[in-house]
Design a binder for this molecule. Sequence first.
Ligand SMILES: C[S@@+](CC[C@H](N)C(=O)[O-])C[C@H]1O[C@@H](n2cnc3c(N)ncnc32)[C@H](O)[C@@H]1O
Length: 255
Amino acid sequence: MDTQQLKLDIEALGPWFYPFSLAPGVVTPSKVPQEVQGIFETRRQMLEHAARAHFGHRLASIRAVDVGCHEGYYSFALRDLGVPDVLGLDFREDNLRRARFVGQCLGVGGVRFEQADAEELNPALLGEFPLVLCYGLLYHLENPMRVLRRLYALTGELLVLETQVVDEVDGVTEWGSREWTRPFHGVLAVIDETGEYQEGNAETGSTPVVTCPSPRALRFLLQAAGFRDVQQVDPPPGAYEQLARGKRVVVTARK
Ligand SMILES: C[S@@+](CC[C@H](N)C(=O)[O-])C[C@H]1O[C@@H](n2cnc3c(N)ncnc32)[C@H](O)[C@@H]1O
């Protein structure tokens, strides 16, 4: 494809979330502010670290699924790590159109993109994946536990999940009488994304009602879904500030 046509296609498909380098001197114009774009590489490094630590040379023989894949940035990152068969899922067809375009421009084989709602993932249709990736999705969900159960059903060995987290809240609540109490296992904060949702923002969930977990809640929900050995991945030196400060976390969890 000639460069002029490539630029026209990029413009027609936008707005773009990630800065993909599609040809010499041609980068998709990310709408993410420059000072925030460091988040992409930090999360990629954390994914690479987690995937290599668990699978090692077996990365070259597994299949992986990227749930909430958007334009496929981390699906392509998995392919770059040598995973031969990657399925990217997202419920927004517009995002997937850009993902497929990137794949075509870069001539990447072994990565497919399909439309799917994370709340309705069907392992009977999709099968099991040794590696399940779920980045940047959990805190855009109305029903995070339902999705964690779906992810557990899809996971063959390892889930790598990234999410925003809210500050921890510890405490007890009354539970039927003044004397009867129950401890909290962290909290799910309720967030209103109505504004972004109604503006057609391509990163929100399928409804404007969002919950965001605290770290303890995240661990508890993952374990309640069936996962074990939940570990937080250390941010690398020079990490994007939110990951460095633990306001976003990457965790691994085993089936
Ligand atoms: C904030 S973006 C994160 C994209 C990418 N995973 C990342 O971390 O950079 C959230 C993505 O999840 C998708 N998404 C939101 N709710 C979904 C759902 N219920 N099922 C599937 N995809 C969903 C959105 O369309 C969007 O592409």
